[in-house]
Design a protein around this ligand. Sequence first.
Ligand SMILES: [Zn+2]
Length: 110
Amino acid sequence: MSLPPCPQCQSEYTYEDGGQYVCPECAHEWNETETPAADEGLNVKDANGAVLQDGDTVVLIKDLKVKGSSMVIKQGTKVKGIRLQEGDHNIGCKIDGSAMNLKSEFVKKA
Ligand SMILES: [Zn+2]
């Protein structure tokens, strides 16, 4: 098992000292529970700041117009099995069998 590279200067000469990682090149010290941002994956939060995960069920907190149609998804609609994704509309899901993209700020975890 190799130690993670320094998050500050990417040095590979990291060593462990008292539960902390230390970089001999830039003297940066960090905790092993901190992971570099690249490893965290998508960080999608609902309207209350709760972290969402693939497969979660969410509830809409406002009426949402569906782009390119006259359909409106009503506030309170339950959406099962969401899928997190990159972008402005960071939740992919199916509502009434149709694929939709939602913004996490308009939902809360059920
Ligand atoms: Zn370093």
